[in-house]
Design a protein around this ligand. Structure first.
Ligand SMILES: Nc1ncnc2c1ncn2[C@@H]1O[C@H](COP(=O)(O)OP(=O)(O)OP(=O)(O)O)[C@@H](O)[C@H]1O
Length: 813
């Protein structure tokens, strides 16, 4: 059978499956495996497939639970088609209908059945693992994913960025070495797909299995990678005592000699403002809401009191209870917090607390084992909820924690992100003895301290906590996203937690310079490239609003010989951590990321932040920009905007700065972000390179997308026992015009570039990259806005803000 229209066939088969299920519903149910994922999204249904026996073995009756059901594997990027791809199947079994009774008969021996059942169990475990991985790739923390997905719809991105591309994309480079992707030969699927022989299919299956085994093997090292990624951030203490610094400035805070010794090893000679204000309050047993600008040491503001508490009364080793539960909005931040705490505690003259990092993307079993002996638990809400609620006896110990820390609280508590955190809080506070339906039952008394930190808190909340806001309900209470409304859910021990604002007049780091570059919307890539050349060998972080933009911009920069790395929530966790590790360890590298990197990441030496897409909220601007100029360092934050975006940007940045001046008695003046002039002539000299690079990256992405679409269609067709012919399928699709057909046309053109054409483009680009940029004799005397072209050509650079342009290699003739 060779159907031309696979979707129509899928629909027909789905209907058939539903009919079969409807007919046999009463007997086809079977107990689910305990391996079942905690949040299954795919309906499990059973498909009866009548057997055709070829052997003469006698038929025998068999019970429902003895049947060796096999789960049908699910293509990775496929929609669920209402559960169709979650089918289980069985072969060589006949359903015999006798009046109203159904029974099952088979010719298989008991041994055969046992063997098949064992295989089935293994396969189910494998599928559960696959499901976990898939869920992780989709970002089970979900905070980052949600925003990224929302953005897919609305962003202007050039052809490749309007939604559909999401499905394909440059996965090769994300999950492997970023540089490899564009050096690869173009995908092999160029050739017309031919019908595969059984041997070929078998070889493919074996190859896929080998790949999976390798991935599983690698996943065992994930935790190591996770920690490795943040080794540098953790400021690993020196082991020679000689480098220890004087820490007498900490003495007023009242820390133990152990903690002081650790701080000395870390060379933290004095507390930061938030640390000196918050630590004594926490040590005194108070609930604290702490606000301080990005990079001002909030992690240790809660980390040090947790260590003190651990040292004062170490947890009972028999009835193990963690001292603290720290919740972070992103996985990377969770790993980083663990690394900071590990650095604080390692090499001390005390037994270091055991720290468990519980995030999606890493093996859940291993995390459960770590949790059993953990003194401090750091995690993201999705995975934490999964492990705490899975009934492994962890809940009872979590109820006795001494500290609950909510880091980047405004993010974690915002509407849409709160669900899993809310569930965690609910079960932590539930009194098992109390009847939940009894409204008059006394509220459970909260013993733990709650510590809440961020650089950005809702202004209304601050006023309210300071007793200046509107009393009672009012607008704040009605707004779901209001921090006050949400903080209520945190169940503080005290009626009024201590609010500490370490930077009442500034949300932005003092060493930060801000500016914007105006360019046509279609030239953002070109201006980004130019801007990066103005900052040669500087560690830079480029923020986009969508996964597909990361997938597009990263190879665009790589083609231009810039060391770009991707980071977004659609990547496997191991690849995410690897990108961060490389970015951290390689000076001058460039991280192209979504807002998954906006919060909390503490990577030393980031000198430049570029907002390739505008931040969607003022808070996001603060957090993105806060990845530079940390801990008294300096750095720049530059927005690239289309002319029509400039007014909005000015308003957004002015809003961020006007908050700073909201303090009583201060005159309010509006901040005006400066426009940075990039010489148009320099940009136009760079344009041919950028155009070539974009053509290459668009072609690579389009080919990969086609490749992955073909893969799942073929796999789906194979499961159905039909042929899939991509060409006839394309023919069918032709003429069906709808939303995105223009983009599809461009995609098609891009993927039709032949291997030879791609090679020629690469060679041409290589030639251009090898040349110095010629600005021309006559032009060097032209006036040049904010940039001194002559100085640039002498390689002296400018330019207090834009930095030097050494990498441009300007020629003066
Ligand atoms: N007392 C101190 N002296 C010197 N450096 C410190 C001190 N405390 C923390 N640091 C360092 O300052 C850097 C920023 O700290 P941290 O990541 O805790 O900032 P943060 O306030 O949480 O920032 P963000 O709001 O971006 O999450 C880290 O590298 C940390 O090691």
């Amino acid at each position: 059978m060779s159907p031309k229209n696979l979707p129509a066939l899928l629909e027909a088969q789905t209907k058939h499956a539903r009919d079969v299920i409807a007919r046999t519903t009463s007997v086809m149910k079977r107990p689910r495996s305990s391996q079942k994922p905690a949040h299954p999204t795919h309906k499990r249904q059973k498909l009866e497939k009548p057997s055709v026996s070829k052997n003469a073995a006698p038929r025998r009756k068999i019970g429902l639970n003895d049947l060796s059901w096999k789960a049908v594997s699910m293509p990775d990027r496929l929609e669920d088609f209402e559960g169709f791809y979650g089918l289980e199947e069985i072969d060589d079994v006949d359903v015999v209908k006798d009046g109203a009774t159904l029974s099952f008969e088979t010719r298989k021996t008991e041994e055969q059945m046992e063997k098949e059942k064992e295989e089935g169990r293994k396969r189910e475990e494998e599928l559960a693992r696959e499901f976990e991985e898939m869920k992780d790739r989709q970002g089970d923390v979900d905070l980052d994913v949600q925003e990224e997905e929302e953005a897919e719809e609305s962003e202007w991105e050039g052809f490749g960025d309007s939604g559909g591309e999401e499905e394909g994309g440059a996965n090769a480079q994300e999950n492997g070495d970023a540089k490899d992707a564009d050096e690869d030969e173009e995908p092999k699927e160029e050739a017309k797909p031919k019908k595969k022989t059984k041997a070929e299919k078998k070889a493919e299956r074996q190859e896929a299995k080998a790949k999976k085994d390798k991935a599983q093997h690698e996943s065992r090292d994930e935790q190591t990678i996770g920690n490795g990624a943040f080794d540098l951030l953790a400021n690993a203490p020196s082991d020679d005592g000689e480098d220890d610094v004087d820490v007498s400035a900490w003495e007023d805070i009242g820390l133990s000699k152990h903690t002081l010794a650790s701080l000395s090893k870390l060379k933290f000679s004095q507390p930061t403002t938030i640390q000196s204000l918050a630590i004594p309050e926490v040590l005194a047993g108070r609930d604290v809401i702490g606000k301080a600008s990005t990079g001002s040491g909030k992690t240790l503001a809660f980390g040090i009191p947790i260590l003190e508490s651990y040292l004062t009364s170490p947890p009972d080793s028999k009835q193990h209870t963690p001292v603290a539960l720290i919740i972070s909005p992103t996985r990377e931040l969770a790993h980083q917090i663990s690394a900071h705490l590990t650095a604080l505690c390692s090499d001390g003259d005390f037994k270091a607390p055991s720290i468990a990092t519980v995030t999606g993307g890493l093996a859940v079993q291993k995390q459960r084992r770590q949790l059993e002996k953990a003194d401090i638990v750091v995690g993201t809400p999705g995975r934490l909820w999964e492990v705490i609620s899975s009934g492994q006896g962890l809940l009872a110990s979590f109820k006795k924690i001494r500290f609950l820390v909510v880091d980047e609280a405004d993010r974690l508590l915002s509407q849409g992100s709160y669900k899993e955190l809310g569930e965690i809080l609910k079960i932590l506070d539930r009194d098992d003895e109390t009847d939940e339906t009894d409204e008059h039952a006394p509220a459970t008394e909260i013993q733990r301290q709650t510590l809440v930190f961020s650089a950005t808190f809702h202004k209304g909340l601050q006023q309210k906590l300071a007793g200046k806001g509107p009393k009672g309900g009012g607008d704040l209470m009605n707004k779901q996203e209001s921090m006050e409304y949400l903080l209520k859910k945190l169940n503080f021990k005290e009626e009024k937690p201590k609010f500490i604002d370490a930077n009442p007049t500034s949300q932005m780091a003092t060493g930060l310079k801000e500016g914007l570059i105006e360019c046509a919307g279609t030239e953002k890539d070109l201006y980004l490239y130019t801007l990066l050349l103005y900052h040669p060998k500087k560690r830079a972080l480029i923020f986009t609003n969508s996964v597909s933009a990361v997938r597009r911009v990263t190879p665009f920069l790589q083609n231009l010989d810039l060391p770009a790395l991707p980071l977004h929530s659609g990547m496997a966790q191991k690849a995410r951590l690897r990108s961060i590790e490389r970015f951290t360890q390689r000076p001058g590298s460039i991280l192209v990321a979504t807002d998954v990197a906006a919060r909390g990441l503490d990577i030393p030496g980031v000198e430049l932040i570029v907002h390739y897409h505008l931040p969607r909220a003022a808070d996001t601007y603060v957090h993105r920009s806060g990845r530079t100029a940390r801990a008294d360092a300096s750095g720049s934050s530059i927005l690239i905007c289309a002319p029509e975006e400039v007014a909005g940007v000015r308003r957004l940045v002015a809003k961020v700065h006007s908050r700073n001046e909201a303090a009583p008695g201060k005159k309010k003046s509006s901040y005006f972000i400066r426009t940075l002039d990039i010489d148009r002539r320099i940009v136009s000299r760079l344009k041919p390179r950028a155009v070539l690079s974009k053509r290459l990256s668009d072609a690579t992405i389009a080919k990969e997308k086609k490749h992955s679409e073909d893969d799942w269609m073929r796999e789906a067709a194979e499961e159905l026992g039909v042929d899939y012919d991509s060409e006839s399928f394309d023919q069918e699709a032709k003429g069906r015009k709808g939303r995105g057909s223009g983009r599809k046309k461009k995609e098609k053109e891009a993927r039709q570039l032949t291997k030879g054409e791609m090679g020629a483009l690469r060679a041409e680009l290589k030639g251009l990259l090898g040349q110095r940029v010629n600005v021309g004799v006559s032009e060097r005397y032209l006036t040049s806005g904010g940039i001194d072209v002559e100085a640039l050509m002498r390689g002296e650079g400018n330019l207090e803000f834009l930095g030097d342009a050494g990498a441009l290699g300007f020629d003066d003739d």
